[in-house]
Design a protein around this ligand. Structure first.
Ligand code: TRP
Ligand code: SF4
Length: 326
C-alpha cells in the first residue's frame, strides 16, 4: 500500500496563483504516488474569521472548485471537509490535555500572527490551539508525510513533538511522527511587491479575466532605473521578471538578455506575462466556472470524501480512547 499523506488548506475562498505554485502543483503530483487525504480546513478558517461568517460557505465551494479545476481527482484521493469529520475536534481536545502551553506560546507563526493581525481579536483559546487541531488532522490518518510550504514547518515540528509525547506517555508507536514534504516554490510576490496574500489585496486569482490580469500586471513596479526602452534593465530587481521566471520558463532567458541589453520595453514585457498567465490558466478558469454552476456536485465530492475519512477517523478515536482510558 502507498504511504499516507495529509494536507489541508484553510477555506479562504478562490485561490491565487501563489496557492497553485506553493501547494496545489505539488498536491497534484503527489496524488499519483501516495494515498492522499486533502481537506478543507474550515475550522482552522474560523480561528481568524469567527467574527465574519458571511462568506464562509461560499469560500469552501470556491476553493474546492479551484482544487478540482486544477486536477485534484476525487477518484484518486480523499477530498473532504474537516468539520464533517467531528473526530478531528475530539482528538484535538484529547491532545490538548498533553500539550504544554509553552509549546504553543513560543510557536513562531502564533507570535507573528498576533502582531500582524492586531486589528482582529485573536487572543483566543482556539487560535492558540491552532497547531493542536492541525496535529489532530495529521495523525488522525497516521500520515507519514505532510506536503506544505516553509511557513507551516513549525506546525509540523510541533506535531512531531506532540506525537513523541503521546507515544511516551501512553503507548509507544501509537502514532508515527509526520514529516514535512517541503514545497519548492517560495511564497510568491504580489503585484504590490509584498508577499502575495488575499488580505493584502495584491493577488492574481485563477479566476481572474484577461482584463483583470492586465490591470494588475500594469500596476506592477519594474526596474525603477529604466526610463527609456534603450536603458539597460536589471531583471533581478523586477517583480514582473520574477513572475516570468516562475510562469514563463520558455521565454525567460530571452527576456533577461533583452532587458539587460535595453531591447525590450517594460510595457511589452508585461504584455508577455499577461499572455502567459491567461493561457496557462484559461482551462482552469473555465472548469472552475463549470464546477461552481453545479454546487450539488461539489457538496457530493465533500460528502463522499468525508464518509471515507470518517471510517479511518472512527478507528483512530477508538484506539486513542482505549489508550487514554476514556
Ligand atoms: N495550517 C495550514 C495552512 O494554513 C492548513 C492546515 C490545517 C493543514 N490542518 C493541516 C496543513 C494539516 C497540513 C496538514 O495552510
Ligand atoms: Fe522588468 Fe521586463 Fe521591464 Fe526588464 S523589461 S525591467 S524584466 S518589466
Amino acid at each position: 500500500m502507498n504511504k499516507r499523506l495529509v494536507s489541508g488548506m484553510r477555506s479562504t475562498g478562490k485561490l491565487h496563483i501563489g496557492h497553485y505554485k506553493g501547494a496545489l502543483e505539488n498536491w497534484l503530483k503527489l496524488q499519483d504516488e501516495y494515498d492522499c487525504f486533502y481537506f478543507v480546513a474550515d475550522w482552522h478558517a474560523l480561528t481568524t474569521k469567527y467574527m465574519d461568517l458571511a462568506d464562509l460557505q461560499n469560500d469552501i465551494l470556491e476553493m474546492l472548485a479551484d482544487w478540482l479545476a486544477l486536477g485534484l481527482d476525487p477518484l484518486k484521493t480523499t477530498i473532504f471537509k474537516q468539520s464533517s469529520v467531528p473526530q478531528h475536534a475530539e482528538l484535538a481536545l484529547l491532545l490538548s490535555f498533553i500539550t504544554p502551553l509553552s509549546w504553543l506560546e513560543r510557536c513562531p507563526t502564533y507570535k507573528e500572527q498576533l502582531k500582524e493581525l492586531s486589528n482582529k481579536e485573536i487572543s483566543t483559546l482556539g487560535f492558540l490551539g491552532y497547531p493542536v487541531l492541525q496535529t489532530a488532522d495529521i495523525i488522525m490518518y497516521n500520515a507519514s508525510y505532510v506536503p506544505v510550504g516553509e511557513d507551516q514547518q513549525p506546525h509540523v515540528e510541533l506535531s512531531r513533538e506532540i506525537v513523541r509525547r503521546f507515544n511516551y506517555l501512553y503507548a509507544n508507536e501509537t502514532f508515527v511522527e509526520p514529516q514535512t514534504l517541503l514545497t519548492q516554490t517560495p511564497r510568491l510576490i504580489g503585484v504590490d511587491g509584498r508577499k502575495m496574500s488575499k488580505s493584502y489585496n495584491n493577488s492574481i486569482y485563477l479566476s481572474d479575466s484577461e482584463p483583470e490580469i492586465t490591470a494588475k500586471v500594469r500596476q506592477m513596479v519594474t526596474d525603477p532605473s529604466r526610463i527609456k526602452v534603450s536603458d539597460p534593465g536589471h531583471p533581478e530587481v523586477c517583480s514582473v521578471f520574477y513572475l516570468h521566471e516562475i510562469f514563463n520558463t520558455e521565454e525567460v532567458d530571452e527576456i533577461k538578455s533583452h532587458c539587460k541589453a535595453g531591447k525590450i520595453g517594460c510595457v511589452a514585457c508585461k504584455k508577455k506575462l499577461v499572455k502567459v498567465l491567461v493561457e496557462q490558466f484559461a482551462e482552469v478558469k473555465e472548469k472552475r466556472e463549470d464546477f461552481l454552476k453545479n454546487p450539488s456536485y461539489l457538496q457530493d465530492v465533500l460528502a463522499q470524501g468525508s464518509t471515507q475519512a470518517s471510517k479511518i477517523a472512527a478507528e483512530t478515536l477508538e484506539k486513542v480512547r482505549n489508550v487514554m482510558k476514556v
